[in-house]
Ligand binder design. Sequence first.
Ligand SMILES: C[C@@](CO)(OP(=O)(O)O)[C@H](O)COP(=O)(O)OP(=O)(O)OC[C@H]1O[C@@H](n2ccc(N)nc2=O)[C@H](O)[C@@H]1O
Ligand SMILES: Nc1ncnc2c1ncn2[C@@H]1O[C@H](COP(=O)(O)OP(=O)(O)O)[C@@H](O)[C@H]1O
Length: 319
Amino acid sequence: MTVTVPSKINVHLSVGPVRDDGYHELTTIFQALSLTDSVTVSAAETPSLHVTGEGSKIVPRDERNLAWRAVDVLAEHTGRSAEELGSVSITLDKGIPVAGGMAGGSADAAGALLALATLWKLDLSREELTSLAAQLGSDVPFALHGGTALGTGRGEELVPVLSRHTFHWVLAFAQRGLSTPRVYRELDRLREVGDPPPVGDHAPLVEAMAWGDPHRLAELLGNDLQAAAVSLRPNLRRTLRAGVEAGALAGIVSGSGPTCAFLCADGDAAVQVSARLSGAGVCRTVRVASGPVPGARVVDPDDGGDDSPWHPSPPQAHA
Ligand SMILES: C[C@@](CO)(OP(=O)(O)O)[C@H](O)COP(=O)(O)OP(=O)(O)OC[C@H]1O[C@@H](n2ccc(N)nc2=O)[C@H](O)[C@@H]1O
Ligand SMILES: Nc1ncnc2c1ncn2[C@@H]1O[C@H](COP(=O)(O)OP(=O)(O)O)[C@@H](O)[C@H]1O
């Protein structure tokens, strides 16, 4: 049973004050991108977790792994032990950079939830899966959902956003990842000592999405965590500049970083920007991706299509 799951970028990320539970109140527009992880689960004699692909060496193989934790969360929800449901072997094939601000761990958690629910033939509603996803992390519901969505609360409350058009992105992966809690703490610190200008209202960006005009969208990209990520990794400034010099319409730090995402005019421009950026020596590696794409989906080995019992909403869903 294999599920593919998209990465995400936050085309708009407005971070509010810290709440009593330690999370920050967010208003964010997520977009799911064609850079994916795949999660394969199968019945096994003993439980195991294997990781291959991008950054696999540094991914935890134990209960710290979000895909592993998905097994326990799902078992607890059904009221049966993981042993009763049957031991599973999980394989993660990673395309999403680890600790890169593109929600790779969240993607694996969402993929594992859907794959296990399918393997164990659990008849779960979309609402049930989404609520289990939120227990695993703030970004996990969006990895199930996909498309383009407005996220509020700590990012887990989602409303689909109209986005009929495909946008083309170039992604610059950094040498080392950044810790999400550390970046949020750095933003709190910057706000105590100064006044980093906050991103504006998300309404104009939602409109630009609906129009499908990348030039308009480029002017409106904004991320409150960018100042914090750049403060912790000043060389991101060079990367952001290099992407625009390479021909991108605009660049932004993805989520808590350090991946930088560059919006391009079209698919051909993205290929050109990626080639130029690769030669600029400002990042570890460069990838081209497009969005929006659907959320977690079961891969049918016969036709590569979707035979999932749970169908996420299509990317062009309406607000
Ligand atoms: C910043 C964002 C933007 O989409 O993504 P990434 O850059 O990590 O991919 C998210 O807010 C990351 O979501 P996720 O990685 O699921 O975070 P969680 O596991 O729920 O929380 C990890 C830690 O991040 C901080 N956190 C997370 C979400 C939030 N709204 N406020 C926070 O302050 C808290 O310190 C929390 O303990
Ligand atoms: N399946 C997983 N894949 C990647 N990282 C994971 C996974 N499960 C847990 N982690 C941990 O989560 C941290 C954040 O990783 P990730 O979700 O890739 O990045 P981000 O939160 O920046 O989007 C990593 O440092 C890693 O230790």
